[in-house]
Ligand binder design. Structure first.
Ligand SMILES: [Zn+2]
Length: 255
């Protein structure tokens, strides 16, 4: 029954047009959205309505939250949800935003599904058990406005959230079939090995070498490249591109 009411409420939210002000924020701050077809843009705007109605945002470190911040985060997070059945990052309840890089006080281990970006101080991090995701606003905005560099903090952190949906933090999100799990493991495993070799030898790669850390970081980095450097990824890593295309149900190289 709960699910019924939830899906009805979400359908109502998706059908509500976003305001002109929000549309302008997206146009200005998240230019990748302009590459989408009109139908996909509408789908995205509907997801943004649901996302902003359900997720709690908090400004940290003196940051005053604005619609610009919330909408800029939401538009990027929701781009990862198009064309798929989605429960809107069900493990995530709160998004904490700092003005810039920040330091997590106290000791924190890297166990328990914690993933964090950059050496101290951090640009962003998230954790499967804490239901929270932390972002620095300047990196969020920079990642959104520069579309072609393969660096996008929000895509990266929300890819980790998709990874968590499967129950493990292992670089494998929920896939559609057993066959898909087998090919995902084969292709992404081989690509991770190749990235590690490239990283050790200093050879250039479409994929940020941070992805060589572990399978979870590899999936997050590959997601950034898939949306921001799709043509290069397709040309140089065709099998990886195909796995991501099948998962995301999107073909950014064709935009
Ligand atoms: Zn990461």
């Amino acid at each position: 029954m709960f699910t019924f009411f939830k899906s009805r409420r979400r359908a109502r939210l998706r059908a509500t047009p976003i305001s002109e002000a929000w549309r302008q924020i997206i146009d200005h701050n998240v230019p990748i959205v302009q590459r989408l077809s009109p139908a996909d843009r509408q789908e995205l705007f509907g997801h943004v309505q649901v996302f902003l109605a359900e997720k709690h945002f908090e400004g940290c470190g003196g940051l005053e939250l604005t619609d610009e911040i919330r909408v800029t985060v939401a538009a990027q997070a929701c781009l990862l949800l198009l064309h798929r059945d989605t429960d809107y990052y069900p493990r995530l309840t709160s998004i904490l935003v700092y003005p810039s890089t920040y330091v997590v006080p106290g000791k924190h281990s890297l166990g328990d599904g914690l993933v964090e970006e950059g050496d101290e101080p951090l640009l962003g991090h998230t954790q499967s058990r804490l239901s929270a995701l932390v972002l620095s606003w300047d990196s969020t905005l920079g990642g959104a406005r520069v579309v072609n560099d393969g660096q996008n903090l929000v895509f990266h952190e929300f890819a980790h959230q998709l990874d968590f949906e499967s129950g493990d933090t292992n670089g494998t999100p929920l896939l559609q079939s057993n066959g898909q799990y087998a090919s995902w493991a084969r292709v992404l495993g081989a690509e991770l090995d190749a990235l590690r070799r490239a990283s050790e030898s200093g050879a250039p790669s479409v994929l940020d070498e941070y992805g060589a850390e572990n399978p979870a970081e590899f999936f997050a980095v590959a997601t950034e490249a898939f949306f921001e450097r799709p043509t290069e990824l397709r040309d140089k890593h065709a099998a990886l591109y195909e796995q991501l295309r099948a998962y995301y149900q999107q073909d950014p190289a064709a935009w």
